[in-house]
Design a protein around this ligand. Structure first.
Ligand code: FES
Length: 160
């Protein structure tokens, strides 16, 4: 009878141990492995203090873009063009020309964006004025919060 009781207690302790291990182990394993299934980009990036930006003249924003892939974080430098007419609402453009992706620039004398690759010309609102681009400049999401301009950069295309 004593042996049966001892065996019963042993099995009970073994089962309880298993349940406790599963109760802690499964959530812990899920927590630590979750980054493997998540491939997320940094959401909003702080692009600077709104009060420092010129009004009515496009300006270039340089920033560091972080991409989280599993446990790895890859950093890359990136940029965008922005313009505001009131310091409250901002239009932010992807820095790549919509023709073949060359970086364009703002020409302060001509008051236009110029792409040197195939001579595209864009207006201050991003409309195509001349050249081969099939569409206006791409916009990036932007908002103002706490006196800072926040932007959501576009995903970089892999060079191939
Ligand atoms: S890449 Fe800009 S005009 Fe061709």
């Amino acid at each position: 009878m004593d042996i049966d009781r001892r065996n019963f207690l042993k099995q009970g302790i073994f089962i309880m141990g298993g349940l406790i291990t599963a109760g802690i182990g499964i959530p812990a394993t899920t927590y630590f492995l979750a980054p493997l299934w998540h491939k997320e980009e940094e959401d909003w990036i702080e692009a600077g203090t709104v009060a420092d930006f010129p009004i009515g003249e496009p300006f270039k924003i340089d920033f560091v873009q972080r991409k989280h892939d599993g446990w790895m974080t890859v950093e890359g430098r990136s940029s965008a063009w922005a313009v505001t007419s009131d310091g409250k609402q901002f239009t932010v453009f992807d820095p790549r020309c919509t023709h073949l992706g060359c970086p364009y620039r703002w020409d302060t004398e001509k008051k236009k964006f110029l792409c040197p690759c195939h001579n595209a010309v864009f207006s201050i609102t991003g409309e195509v004025l001349a050249g081969p681009p099939p569409r206006p400049l791409d916009h990036l999401p932007a908002k103002v919060a706490g006196g800072k301009l926040l932007i959501k950069p576009a995903e970089k295309k892999e060079e191939g």
